[in-house]
Design a protein around this ligand. Structure first.
Ligand code: NAG
Ligand code: NAG
Ligand code: NAG
Ligand code: NAG
Ligand code: NAG
Ligand code: NAG
Length: 714
């Protein structure tokens, strides 16, 4: 028995003295016992260690405790998750705002904190100006004391107004040029710098229809439209009276201004064509434009607006609706012959609206009332007037964006947050590419193209390069002159911003130019630069934090990222958008989704016609599927999952909870113009199409969120 143990047997008697042998045996036994005990203890410690690192630890950092408060404040855990997950997550959410709006407001209040307590900042000259501007905006005492005086002065500069002051004979072109270049108001058409439609998409002057104070006639029923015009008339009358006009004269001019607006409405393209606007444009020279629409002195108006760009009559511009400009020009010519002063009035009425954030409370009250009535008439939920500080943060942000961007980033977005968000995006993108390989309705060629497009996609995370580097963001704003009135400061800001935009476009840049400030809560995709942008304002609690459990980040920020990616491929889903695809399978999947959504009723039993939200629904459903797939892949490869303390949710359950949190908002606040489904549907539609949801929440078969049939789209 040549085993090791045989040696433990006592050696042959007589060969060794008995005493030491017995002692040795006992010692050996003891040693063995100790060894075994040690082995046992060691392996139990190891086992506990393994178990602990497999099971999720609670996340105990402050960010998680804040998030927990947030969840507890919005959710109602006594609702059954399998029938009404929206109420489970958002049941107690209050206020008319969505979680996006709530986040945007909180980010602005962070900016407010910076602007109101500049003590902790090293103030350069530029920062100083921004703070001063904010303070003069908040100084409502001074603004009220000045009343309509500063505005009257502006009107004198424009040649006066026939209803409230002495009236110098009108030079239409001069007034229009001043309005566009000095006052940021575009009464008959809008012009701005935008990317050229063809590569390399250099910035080029674009001319488009103007923005109107009231909703377009085409979108309204006849009766509603008449009511809208009546409200607008009341508003214009009020402006005229506030400026000291004679009531009967004001009434006449207001009436004619409205008739000009409604004639411009008639020149607009039919709605369907407008929706495709991006694709309908013409490239013409300024000279050609002058021939087509002779009532406007195009060259001098554009030159003044886009100084220091130097234009020539053969300069090409992008025109979005040439027919509109033709008819508009004809209208201006007619009016200039018949009632010149009404044309002037029309322009001034519009200007007062544009300047209203800088005017005293009487003007603002009038405008708020107009907005309130219009929302009511168009059946949109009311929107309370923002508090003064928020208006002032927005104005300061508009004119001093580089400064505020750098201050915000310094306060709220570190490089480590950026790299964590980048990791998240990469995981989402990889999952998306993997999914593209499996789509049954996609043909090989389209699939390859789609994959190439994702591979070439650029992503911008948090802030433009310059804002991450405070020295680059430093601006002096030499051309901003503050005072004597807030209106004058405001106008100086308008001019300075315009000049800066033009200047920037003249400097060639390899980088994408951001369309939103970094504190904005809005991701977007730029087709011309093929880049997706996720501003720092979005990558904030409760959507994202580097210390959150991964499930939270994948469920919220991750699904938002996936949603944005899917938008790039919306074209494929439109009728005729992908001729080579298996159209029957695709249409079948879309129809299936429509039925899936139709199964849900809204609170109060209202049903919802989902035909105009179908595209967004596909993006919602796809985004959840992709984010979940990305999360599951992470789970496979990475250890150390954490979850929320005291919430009793597994990481996977937490993922869905976090997804729903993004959608939380007041139920009644559905906006009829919104192309997204109401929030409860945005939660229930995608969840009911996800088998993993039913599995992780143990939903019985046939429960509302565990239907027998699901759709295979993405
Ligand atoms: C939570 O849900 C339960 C069950 O639906 C309901 O009775 C209760 O009123 C809800 N609580 C709140 C605060 O909404
Ligand atoms: C208008 O002009 C008249 C005479 O030229 C002058 O007396 C009057 O004060 C002016 N009114 C205003 C409001 O400027
Ligand atoms: C504006 O200027 C253009 C070009 O000089 C001219 O043809 C047009 O008649 C002017 N418009 C008005 C309304 O005076
Ligand atoms: C616009 O002008 C064209 C001629 O250039 C005319 O045929 C058309 O009727 C006008 N449209 C409207 C709405 O007046
Ligand atoms: C939904 O609206 C579309 C067009 O607005 C209409 O064609 C469709 O029949 C409606 N569907 C239902 C179920 O009412
Ligand atoms: C930078 C900033 O203000 N971030 C805030 C945005 O809003 C969320 C809402 O909870 C805050 O937690 C962030 O600190």
């Amino acid at each position: 028995m040549g085993t090791l143990w045989s040696q433990e047997r006592p050696p042959e008697e007589g060969q060794q003295p008995p005493e030491p042998s017995r002692w040795w045996t006992a010692a050996r036994r003891l040693l063995t016992a100790v060894l075994l005990l040690g082995l046992f203890l060691g392996s139990s410690v190891l086992l506990v260690y393994i178990l602990r690192s497999c099971g999720p630890r609670p996340c105990e950092v402050p960010a998680c405790w804040h998030l927990l408060d947030h969840y507890l404040a919005s959710g109602n855990s006594s609702v059954a998750p399998c029938t009404d997950f929206f109420s489970f997550a958002c049941g107690k959410a209050e206020g008319a705002s969505s979680s996006f709006q709530a986040l945007a407001e909180e980010n602005k209040s962070r900016l407010r904190g910076i602007l109101e307590a500049p003590g902790s900042w090293h103030l350069g000259f530029g920062e100083e100006k921004a703070f001063q501007f904010y303070n003069s905006c908040m100084d409502t005492g001074a603004i009220e004391a000045a009343g309509a005086g500063p505005l009257r002065q502006v009107i004198e500069e424009l040649g006066g107004w026939p209803i409230s002051s002495n009236w110098t004979s009108l030079d239409f072109n001069r007034t229009l040029r001043l309005l566009m270049s000095q006052y940021g108001h575009f009464p008959f058409f809008r012009t701005y710098l935008g990317p050229h439609p063809t590569p390399p998409h250099m910035p080029v002057i674009q001319i488009d229809q103007p923005e109107f104070d009231i909703p377009l006639k085409q979108e309204q029923e006849q009766k509603t439209y008449a009511q809208i015009l009546r409200e607008y008339l009341t508003y214009l009358n009020q402006l005229g009276i506030l400026l000291g006009g004679d009531p009967s004269k004001v009434q006449e001019h207001a009436y004619l201004s409205i008739s000009i607006t409604s004639r411009l409405f008639q020149f607009l393209r039919p709605l369907g064509q407008q929706r495709a606007q991006g694709h309908l444009f013409q490239i013409v020279t300024i000279d050609q434009l002058q021939e087509v629409a002779p009532a406007i002195d195009w060259f001098s108006c554009l030159q003044a607006t886009f100084t220091p760009m130097s234009l020539s009559p053969s300069q090409a511009v992008v025109v979005h609706d040439l027919d509109y400009l033709k008819n508009m020009s004809q209208l201006v010519e007619e009016e200039a012959l018949r009632h010149r002063d009404f044309l002037q009035s029309h322009m001034i009425f519009g200007l007062v609206g544009t300047l209203s954030p800088a005017l005293d409370s009487e003007f603002q009250k009038a405008r708020q009332e107009l907005i309130r009535q219009l929302r009511k008439l168009t059946e949109r939920p009311p929107m309370p007037a923002p508090p003064r500080w928020m208006t002032c943060v927005e104005e300061t942000g508009a004119f001093f964006e580089p400064t505020l961007a750098a201050l915000f980033i310094h306060e709220a977005f570190s490089l480590s947050t950026q790299s964590a968000a980048m990791d998240l995006f990469t995981a989402i993108k990889d999952a998306f590419v993997a999914r593209l390989r499996r789509l049954p309705w996609l043909d090989e060629e389209t699939r390859r193209k789609a994959q190439d497009r994702v591979t070439q996609l650029q992503v911008k995370m948090g802030a433009p390069e310059w804002a991450m580097e405070p020295a680059l963001a430093r601006q002096e704003y030499d051309d901003v002159h503050l005072g004597p009135s807030f209106l004058q400061s405001f106008l100086s800001g308008v001019r300075s911003r315009r000049a800066r935009t033009v200047q920037r476009s003249l400097q060639p840049s390899a980088h994408h130019r951001w369309q939103v400030p970094p504190w904005e809560v809005r991701a977007y995709y730029s087709d011309s630069d093929h880049v997706v942008v996720f501003p720092a304002g979005l990558l904030q609690p409760p959507f994202f934090h580097p210390a959150y459990p991964r499930a939270v980040n994948f469920g919220a920020a991750g699904s938002i990222m996936a949603h944005e990616l899917l938008h790039i491929f919306h074209q494929l889903l439109r009728p005729g958008g992908c001729p080579a695809c298996d159209t029957r399978a695709l249409q079948g999947a879309l129809l299936c989704l429509e039925h899936l959504y139709a199964a849900f009723s809204l609170p109060g039993g209202a049903s919802f016609n989902g035909s105009h939200t179908l595209l967004e629904n596909t993006a919602d459903v796809g985004a959840l599927a992709i984010a979940l797939q990305a999360y599951n892949r992470r789970l496979l490869w990475h250890r150390g999952e954490t979850t929320m303390p005291n919430l009793g949710l597994s990481p996977q359950q937490l993922f869905f909870r976090s997804y729903a949190q993004v959608m939380c908002r007041e139920l009644s606040a559905q906006d009829s113009q919104d192309t997204h489904s109401p929030p409860a549907l945005r939660v229930h539609g995608p969840l009911s199409n996800t088998p993993a949801f039913a599995r992780h929440f143990h939903c019985p078969h046939g429960a509302l969120l565990n239907p027998s049939r699901r759709c295979q789209l993405w």
